[in-house]
Write a protein that binds this ligand. Sequence first.
Ligand code: NAP
Length: 337
Amino acid sequence: MTQAMNVAIVGATGAVGVEILSCLENRNFPLKSLKLLASARSAGKQVSFRGKMLTVEELTENSFEGVDLALFSAGGDISRQFAPIAAAAGCVVVDNSSAFRQDPDVPLVVPEINPEAALNHPRNIIANPNCTTIITLMALYPLHLKFVLKTIIASSYQAVSGSGQHGITELENQVRAIADGHPFTPSVYPCQIAFNVIPQIDSFTDTGYTKEELKMLNESRKILSLPDLKVTCTCVRVPVYRSHSISAIAQFERPVSVEEARKAYDGMPGIAIKDDPATSTWPTPLDTTCQDTCLVGRIRKDLAIDNALNLWAVGDQVLKGAALNAVQIAELLVKHD
Ligand code: NAP
């Protein structure tokens, strides 16, 4: 018999939180109760769920009494402060922030890739990986199973909703201001995002790479259990509302062919091929917006690197990159834990 859970969403009013609610509803997640938590700003707000109105409550240290599972999507600072409190109250936390992803006692899970990792969570915390890393690995994992990954060279094209509701509002306001001929001052991004691209996501480290770019390296290694995997990446913000795209060159231990690569996706969950150069068929961010399935296209043999494929991956980063992946982890817990 399926065990119904008492669930809380921390950050229920945000870009990811709202999608977590939809995933719980659409996937018929077994719930005994659902608590919506956010800041004092949102306390009292009414949200519809399964035909009933739920009231958003302010997050406090006492919010987790009687809660079995807490899905956190309120940023790293809130996770660092409140996830250990929730875990100590006996609640399992699935955390969307980067706060615990490199903790050796916190599994980092993509259910299609390393589901077994979710069942060993000694700190009562499970981390949801970085959104760009999830979408990239959804496209590369079927190939890894066949050819064994050695190196990833990638550039990302990341939507503004990756910065949450503020990123969406910034792009909307700038597009409107430019159309109306009004001046504006960028506030979310370091420069204008409308009709522009910005080659910086998150802050720089002393390696010259941004934190976002190093997440691709460190998180790919942890999820795939490949400590020597080489990854180099440039992460770019683009004026797209939703869905991240990644141009990736993947080098493998074994020789590759495009035909075998295409076959590798047969029957793989969560990823599909959209690829026909003869008819200019390839995936775009609009194709995956509000869709659970990631898409891969432009699969070709790389001309510069041996045993390598060059491809284009796209996925809804609010869904598979965050809310959906978190709910899939919760479903693993319901099934096995
Ligand atoms: P967002 O749209 O800005 O939403 C933030 C949420 O956190 C809101 O519900 C907000 O509540 C709540 N919050 C803020 N301060 C709080 C406080 N002091 N106490 C309680 N709740 C508070 O952000 P988001 O894009 O959903 O991102 C949430 C998390 O998911 C972040 O860690 C982000 O890195 C991660 N993530 C996001 C994406 C994405 O595509 N957006 C993808 C992967 C991972 P109020 O409405 O009351 O302010």
